[in-house]
Design a protein around this ligand. Sequence first.
Ligand SMILES: Nc1ccn([C@@H]2O[C@H](COP(=O)(O)O)[C@@H](O)[C@H]2O)c(=O)n1
Ligand SMILES: C[C@@]1(CO)OP(=O)(O)OP(=O)(O)OC[C@H]1O
Length: 159
Amino acid sequence: MSFRVGLGYDVHPFEENRKLILGGIEIPFEKGLKGHSDADVLLHAITDAILGAASLGDIGRHFPDTDPAFKNADSTQLLKDSYKLVQEKGFSITNIDSTVVAEKPKLSKFIPKIQSHIGETLNCDVEQISVKATTNEKMGFVGREEGIAVHAVVLLKRG
Ligand SMILES: Nc1ccn([C@@H]2O[C@H](COP(=O)(O)O)[C@@H](O)[C@H]2O)c(=O)n1
Ligand SMILES: C[C@@]1(CO)OP(=O)(O)OP(=O)(O)OC[C@H]1O
């Protein structure tokens, strides 16, 4: 059995008149995130982590933000398609851990639903998927409520 670790990071600025989609779940909030796709910053970081662990590049390589096909794309589908590429190389997920850095909104009550959605998307047990949240203690662009950042790490196994 061999193991591969992958790291993902993404950030999107807030934008008025958009839905806030995090981990495939619509979160009630006054603003959404700006992006070419649905701007699901959590799923983008997780996608980059699984692609990186399998040496498959990053999300922008597979789904360019210059391609109209991905305008308002559903990031759940992008994650699913990326995991298919990873599985074609013989890898499967051992576990995922992630941290959403957001001053607002408060995410704790949505986290079980987000973890279930990611687990279903990746055909994993919910125990393999961890999502956490923290503020940036009012510092920097997250602290000024200009956007949301996410860090994700994944362990893949093969054999
Ligand atoms: N957007 C967020 C940020 C934080 N939480 C929860 O609050 C706890 C305390 O956050 P600090 O940044 O003050 O350490 C954190 O551990 C999370 O449980 C949240 O739900 N949503
Ligand atoms: C998801 C993609 C899809 O075109 O677009 P964005 O929503 O802009 O997201 P980002 O993380 O900036 O770049 C990755 C792109 O592949």
